[in-house]
Design a protein around this ligand. Structure first.
Ligand SMILES: C[S@@+](CC[C@H](N)C(=O)[O-])C[C@H]1O[C@@H](n2cnc3c(N)ncnc32)[C@H](O)[C@@H]1O
Length: 360
């Protein structure tokens, strides 16, 4: 059995994937009260410490086992400072960047058998790769054998083109091998076409699925396991003029397709980035689900933003997973998460390599 501690847990995307792979989570740390509430609601037996990680001594929550074998510490410290889309605050002075030192502190204190450090793709290139090198050698000095990679979620059964940086270390000399790509790539259509038709601003807690389980994709079948209805069908309410703009945007197109006469409130249209007002393409994996309301991602065939359930599906959260907090808190939690199916593939490989090592 592998036991886990999820730090900076957010809603718990990494944890859900870890659990799917067979990891038993011991506790989670998350300072945001709504994300912690989401985590608690979906993991009723797991203690969630809702506090700033700087104030937490991990040895208060876990008995010091001799060498902490069978333990993995995992998490993704906030990443705004490293994101390539954030050029203003992207430097080492960003206080958020010091949070990875807290991650290192947990590993140095607990000496787990494994650690998994997750971050935005930009982490890899940050300061020409020197930050990544520093972090890597810091773990090596603690006695870990370390491997890292930028992984693509759509390679692991997630219907989304999302890149994440993952660094994994082992204290017994095992060099982690990243999992092989899945053969099947799922599309937006596979992911959401059985979910209810909705209108702009609709807020329905529970609605029937549009198709019976027999008629849906393998992906939708997997997501529906354990759920009879589509829950949290919440769509942000956009102003009428925004919906007018949506009507001009075809699948795969963005704000550029909007006639100039409908964009008069933008002083400089060219300042818009290509991810804004983007309509998803049904026959491809989705673009990144970050904060999908701010980016104004549009449903492939309906003139409205994505619902909570659609965004959760595109992130591979199972339909039984319920988010807590206001709509904007929920959207943030979904956008922050590691897709559970990506996490599952990565953790399964950790478990397999551990077993192989134990068998000698
Ligand atoms: C990128 S999100 C983590 C997403 C998560 N791994 C998942 O898969 O759902 C980072 C989280 O760290 C939390 N956080 C930020 N600063 C923190 C601190 N000082 N102590 C504890 N948690 C913190 C944020 O509230 C946020 O939920």
């Amino acid at each position: 059995m592998l036991y886990g501690i999820d730090i900076f847990s957010g809603a718990g995307g990494l944890s859900i994937g870890a659990e799917m792979a067979g990891v038993q989570i011991m506790f989670a740390v998350e300072k945001d009260k709504y994300a912690a509430e989401t985590y608690r609601f979906n993991h009723k037996d797991i203690p969630v410490i809702c506090e700033d990680i700087h104030n937490i001594d991990p040895l208060q929550y876990i008995k010091p086992i001799e060498e902490q074998d069978q333990l993995i510490v995992f998490g993704g410290p906030p990443c705004q400072g490293f994101s390539t889309s954030n050029t203003v605050t992207r430097n080492m002075q960003n206080p958020n960047n010091s949070l990875f030192e807290e991650f290192v502190r947990f590993v140095a204190t607990l000496k787990p058998e494994w650690f998994l450090f997750e971050n935005v793709e930009g982490f890899y290139r940050f300061e020409k790769g020197s930050v990544r090198d520093k972090v890597k050698s810091c773990f090596e000095e603690l006695g870990y054998t370390v491997n890292d990679k930028i992984v693509v979620a759509s390679d692991y059964g997630v219907p989304q083109h999302r890149h994440r940086f993952i660094m994994i270390g082992n204290r017994h000399g095992i060099l982690y091998q990243f999992p092989k790509k899945h053969k099947k790539v799922y599309t937006v259509k596979d992911a959401i076409s059985d979910l209810p038709n909705l209108s702009n601003g609709q807020m329905d807690e529970t609605l029937p699925y549009t198709y019976s389980i027999k008629k849906v994709s393998e992906y939708a079948k997997l997501m529906r396991k354990g759920s009879k209805f589509s829950q949290q069908n919440y769509v942000s309410k956009n102003a009428d003029y925004v919906i007018e703009r949506y009507k001009h945007i075809g699948q795969g197109q963005n704000w550029k397709a909007i006639p100039e006469t409908l964009m008069t409130n933008y002083k400089d249209r060219n300042n818009c980035h290509s991810g804004i007002y983007k309509r998803l393409q049904a026959d491809k994996p989705s673009v990144v689900i970050s904060n999908y309301r701010k980016n104004m991602l549009i449903h492939p065939s309906q003139n409205r933003g994505l619902s909570v359930r659609e965004a959760a599906r595109l992130q591979s959260f199972p339909d039984f997973f319920i988010f807590k907090g206001s709509l904007s808190h929920i959207q943030q939690q979904i956008g922050n998460a590691v897709p559970p199916l990506l996490a599952k593939a990565v953790f399964q490989q950790i478990i397999q390599q551990t077993e192989k090592h134990e068998q000698g």
